[in-house]
Design a protein around this ligand. Structure first.
Ligand SMILES: CC(C)(COP(=O)(O)OP(=O)(O)OC[C@H]1O[C@@H](n2cnc3c(N)ncnc32)[C@H](O)[C@@H]1OP(=O)(O)O)[C@@H](O)C(=O)NCCC(=O)NCCS
Length: 233
């Protein structure tokens, strides 16, 4: 059964969770996008993406509690209980533990996001990015795992993406999860005419990939803390 991580407790006792992206997130997502990518998308593009039925976007949020407070909010407790009692879905923003009294989507600090497009049995990862100050804490990997889970839920067989030839950081993450280079698009990026490497996992349903994913999920969980599992709606 495909699984996705809903909650992650980081090494500094900071909790993160992943939920579907909503319209209220677009400003923060755009901020992260501008930080991460030299060619910027205006906010309207993300708003449009959220309306496309083939597109699936998720956000990683720092759990909704003010800095310095260590106790878990009532909402967080309820969500944890719901999850452990078998609530089997990736939460929408309305279910997620935002700061009390704030509308859904607000008061939830977004630290990263990712998106994919489903085309027949191919899931194409459109982007994945983590705020600079939050990188190297397992969040990018967490987002990738959630994307893979989403792809499996959507009955994808193949996973594809494009990455700048110079982006060896992201390539390392993708290699870790079994992506290999299948093509090269010369001068693909308009800002500097850089090549794009097309990377893919040909069969995410196969035993080899599933075994690797399972091991990597376990290792990530051990390294970064408690992860709650549930399937994606
Ligand atoms: C790529 C990116 C999403 C990784 O996010 P992150 O939260 O820092 O990554 P994680 O901490 O989860 O690391 C997971 C794996 O990524 C790779 N990785 C991440 N940062 C790395 C670095 N600075 N150097 C080398 N490898 C790195 C490693 O394989 C790492 O696994 P390991 O810890 O076992 O070595 C992040 O660097 C980012 O947002 N970059 C800018 C946007 C971007 O380039 N997106 C990809 C577009 S295709």
């Amino acid at each position: 059964m495909p699984k996705s991580w809903a909650c992650l407790k980081g090494e500094r006792d900071v909790s993160y969770y992943i939920r579907r992206m909503c319209r209220e997130d677009v400003a923060q997502v755009t901020e992260i996008d501008h930080e991460a990518f030299p060619t910027m998308w205006p906010p309207a593009n993300y708003e449009r993406e959220l309306k496309v039925s083939l597109a699936h976007y998720i956000a990683a949020c720092e759990a909704g509690r003010p800095a310095g407070r260590t106790e878990i909010t009532e909402t967080q407790k309820r969500i944890s209980l719901d999850l452990s009692a078998g609530m089997k879905r990736l939460p929408n923003h309305k279910d997620s533990p935002g700061r009390k009294g704030l509308p859904p989507g607000e008061g939830q600090y977004i630290v990263g996001f990712a998106g994919l497009w489903m085309m027949a049995d191919e899931a194409h990862i459109t982007n994945i990015a983590v705020r600079q100050g939050y990188q190297r804490r397992g969040i990018g990997e967490h987002l990738l795992i959630a994307m893979i889970s989403l792809a499996m839920e959507q009955n994808a067989r193949t996973l594809t993406l494009e990455v700048r030839a110079s982006n060896t950081t992201a390539q390392k993450l993708y290699h870790k999860y079994g992506f290999t280079q299948v093509n090269i698009r010369r001068s693909y990026y308009t800002d500097n005419r850089e090549d794009a490497l097309v990377m893919a996992v040909e069969d995410i349903t196969g035993a080899a990939f599933q075994g690797r994913l399972h091991q990597l999920e376990k290792a990530h969980s051990r390294k970064w803390g408690v992860a709650l599992y549930h399937t994606v709606r």
